[in-house]
Write a protein that binds this ligand. Structure first.
Ligand SMILES: Cc1cc2nc3c(=O)[nH]c(=O)nc-3n(C[C@H](O)[C@H](O)[C@H](O)COP(=O)(O)OP(=O)(O)OC[C@H]3O[C@@H](n4cnc5c(N)ncnc54)[C@H](O)[C@@H]3O)c2cc1C
Length: 385
């Protein structure tokens, strides 16, 4: 039984901004035994298209979904788990935590020091630029969400400043193909969690600076700078009404450029190995990220120049209803590739759960198969109760 507090595809219906499109191309939208079969495999779905895609999957698989049912607690029992919901209780042998990785905004505590004249918006609550008060906007965070919102808000005519920390730069297209095609072809997506040197770091890696548009545009910091977005360093603190930024932009940019080039080297190596039969263009390298001539280290938030801050500082899962001692000191779930540290408890849909691609919709395909094998083995081993 699948318990869902809202409707099928709830996160895509309720927790995304209006203009969002997937940054993964349509051909990559796959769920177990189900894939995009429309006329535009290289396009990027709008939110209503994602909702239709996932809702249809629920219909064709005849998934036993109980909607509008919120799980309020999961507790271990001698037989398995006791699941309390706002529509009655259930008992079961196994529970799969598929409640998402992005339920809550990760907003730094320094939000408390922002003057009350400046309105704060978490990316989960942002819908469109009209929602923001007139005037300048500071966007904190320059991963997929931050760069997309900076671009949209700048296009609406606002002055936009974006605060940039560690980020992952990617071109949309490389050697004539979508960069995510290259990730697939060169085997990057399929890299397993137990083959990654620093798994903790891989799981914390920010999302790539990518946007899905019909024009297949690259949305890196050079593009934002050219559009008139002011780029400043990482937000270090807010003191006496001033936002103070770190100075190391040159280093941040050099690191992101270096990592991008290393990834492109991996693609080039794969292409050179010649084990494929596809046409790709010649190798390319991109202009390094342009360092602003001078970047502000101090932004006075009390002058009225900045009227709102959008916190594009990431998301985290919400396990407040999970009454099983499986969270570490930092509130992260203790699991080995989705097999949680408690008998009969599993997780899916978390960053780099079993493979690099686990972070994305299409990651569920292989992860679900592996976890179901484990779960079926567990049920067979422990016998009927
Ligand atoms: C802004 C943004 C953009 C993204 N863009 C892409 C993209 O372009 N391509 C891509 O492949 N992936 C993208 N992702 C990642 C994508 O969201 C995940 O890969 C995918 O949603 C994982 O699906 P899921 O079902 O595990 O989690 P979710 O989609 O988060 O679904 C979890 C479900 O659990 C329900 N739930 C939570 N708590 C409870 C409870 N206590 N009781 C009952 N129900 C509960 C929620 O209502 C929700 O419907 C994006 C994520 C974000 C945040």
């Amino acid at each position: 039984m699948v318990l869902e507090r809202g409707e099928v595809a709830n996160s895509w219906r309720r927790e995304r901004w209006d203009s969002l499109r997937l940054l993964t191309p349509n051909w990559q939208s796959r769920l177990p035994g189900y894939r995009y079969e429309g006329a535009d495999p290289d396009g990027f779905m709008t939110m209503s298209e994602v909702v239709s895609f996932i809702s249809r999957f629920a219909v064709v698989t005849d998934a036993p979904v109980r909607t509008h049912t919120t799980v309020t607690s999961v507790k271990p029992t001698a037989e398995g788990y006791h699941v309390a919901t706002d529509h009655g209780d259930l008992r079961c042998r196994c529970v799969v935590l598929a409640s998402g990785a992005c339920n809550l905004p990760s907003v730094p505590a320094l939000v408390q020091a922002v003057p009350s004249s400046v309105e704060s918006f978490a990316a989960l609550d942002y819908r469109n630029p009209k929602q923001l008060p007139e005037g300048g906007v500071l966007i904190v965070g320059a991963s997929a969400t931050g760069v997309q919102l900076a671009d949209e808000i700048r296009r609406s005519g606002r002055a936009v400043t974006i605060s940039v920390g560690e980020h992952v730069r990617l071109p949309r297209m490389y050697r004539g193909r979508d960069v995510l095609w290259w990730m697939d072809a060169a085997g990057v997506w399929n890299q397993r969690y137990d083959e990654i040197d620093d798994l903790t770091r891989a799981r914390k890696l920010p999302s790539p600076q990518l946007v899905g548009t019909p024009e297949r545009t690259t949305l890196d910091l050079n593009a934002l700078g050219a559009a008139g977005v002011e780029i400043v360093g990482r937000l270090a603190t807010v003191r006496n009404g001033h936002a103070l930024f770190s100075g190391g932009l040159r280093n941040q940019f050099a690191l992101a450029d270096l990592k991008m080039d290393r990834l492109l080297d991996t693609f080039d190596d794969w292409a050179r190995a010649g084990t494929h039969a596809v046409d790709v263009g010649p190798p390319e390298r991109f202009e390094p990220t342009r360092v602003p001539v001078s970047s502000r280290l101090d932004l006075d938030l009390t002058t009225g120049e900045i009227r709102s801050i959008v916190w594009a500082t990431g998301f985290r899962p919400d396990y407040r209803w999970l009454d099983v001692p499986v969270l570490d000191r930092k509130g992260h779930l203790r699991h080995d590739g989705g097999v949680v540290d408690a008998p009969g408890l599993y997780a899916i849909g978390l960053p780099v759960l079993r493979r690099r691609k686990s972070t994305f919709i299409h990651g569920a395909e292989d992860d679900a198969r592996d976890l179901i094998d484990h779960l079926a083995g567990y049920l067979a081993r422990t016998g009927p109760r």
